[in-house]
Design a protein around this ligand. Structure first.
Ligand code: ATP
Length: 335
């Protein structure tokens, strides 16, 4: 199943990739991803940027306006994770990037020995609208669903369904009337695209992901539901550390593991690097080098089959050993 989000660029020769390792385990897993890309023979220009808590501690800001300009000049971003600074006025950098770069589709493939499904999460509206009134006694957040937003995420989900597979539209339209627009718009797109579809309430989807995950092929849903179901799906396939994502817009993209900065395990060389490595593979596919992406995924599979696993998967390897194993398989393929 195609899960890169669809790149239009045909050669990676002169591509500029912004590298944002971030905080916590971010730098550890991004270092692994870069080592694996090198072992796979991927070529691109790296533009490193310091964005996140460490930057905030040094300068009082998480990201400078100049960084945003630099990011916009790159072809795409490889992103680790950012720890939220202890500042009550802090607004998420990731949300800002998703909005400023209009990265409307968050594509999250979940793969294990016997599971293979994709969650397509709307990335710019819903309960992440940023429209909030915060008071001591009462607070409100406005949930925004638009026809345009629903339409374009449904189109992207249909692109990913492929020939024989099914789209499940996940919503809560029995309670949230804003979801009626989401559901109807997605149904209209699926019908027009001749894609087989069904729909499911989000609570039922949460249950089915645990009880019968094989019933799912591609799920499309709104922002918060997609966020929560993704962590659940990661649990179902074994670990947050295995899972990758692509944030895709019209002409720009950001690739990141779905996990956060995991401060509890940072600096101990035990973070699972596979989510970041798979994100790098998705990036290569989006940049037009599907061959490298395929080889990286095959090397990841081989490492897992041969028990090269970090402790989150019950293994005894450290981050470096898993990275070396995957890199070694890739180098053998190249020889
Ligand atoms: P943030 O606020 O930055 O999202 P968080 O701690 O709330 O951070 P995660 O960073 O996603 O959320 O971590 C959730 C749990 O999953 C933690 O116990 C963490 O150690 C574990 N975890 C996350 N990523 C990995 C990984 N790559 N390898 C192993 N364990 C991980």
């Amino acid at each position: 199943m195609d899960d890169s989000g669809g790149g239009e660029v045909s050669s990676t020769g002169s591509k500029k990739v912004a590298i944002v390792p971030g905080d916590g385990i971010g730098p550890e897993v991004i270092k692994s991803a870069l080592a694996v890309l090198e072992a796979a023979g991927a070529r691109f220009e790296q533009i490193p940027l310091e964005i996140g808590l460490s930057r905030w501690k040094r300068t009082g800001e998480v990201m400078a306006e100049e960084d945003l300009r630099t990011l916009k000049k790159c072809d795409c971003i490889l992103f680790g994770a950012i720890t939220t600074p202890p500042d009550p006025n802090y607004r998420s950098v990731l949300l800002r990037l998703r909005r400023e770069l209009d990265l409307y589709a968050n594509i999250r493939p979940f793969r294990s020995k016997d599971l293979d499904f994709i969650i397509v999460r709307e990335n710019t509206e819903g309960l992440y609208s940023g429209l909030e009134e915060v008071g001591a006694e009462e607070s409100r957040t406005l949930r925004v669903i638009t026809r345009r937003g629903s339409q374009r995420i449904a189109e992207k989900a249909c692109d990913l369904v492929g020939e024989r597979r099914n789209l499940t539209i996940v919503h809560k339209s029995n309670i949230l009337h804003s979801d009626r627009l989401f559901l109807k718009t997605c149904q209209d797109v699926a019908r027009r695209r001749l894609v087989a579809y069904d729909d499911m309430l989000v609570d039922a989807a949460a249950y089915n992901l645990v009880i019968n995950p094989k019933r799912f092929d591609v799920l499309v849903t709104t922002n918060l539901f997609g966020d929560i179901l993704s962590d659940e799906a990661a649990g179902v396939i074994g670990s947050l550390g295995l899972c990758a994502s692509a944030n895709i817009g019209q002409s720009y993209a950001l690739f990141e593991p779905i996990h956060g900065s995991a401060p509890d395990i940072a600096g101990r060389d035990i973070a699972n690097p596979i989510g970041a490595i798979r994100s790098a593979a998705m990036m290569m596919k989006w940049l037009g080098n599907a061959e490298v992406a395929k080889r990286i995924e095959a090397a990841v599979q081989k490492a897992l089959e041969e028990g090269k696993k970090t402790p989150d998967l019950g293994g005894s390897c450290n981050t470096r050993q898993v990275t070396e194993a995957i890199s070694q398989y890739l180098k053998l393929q190249l020889d």
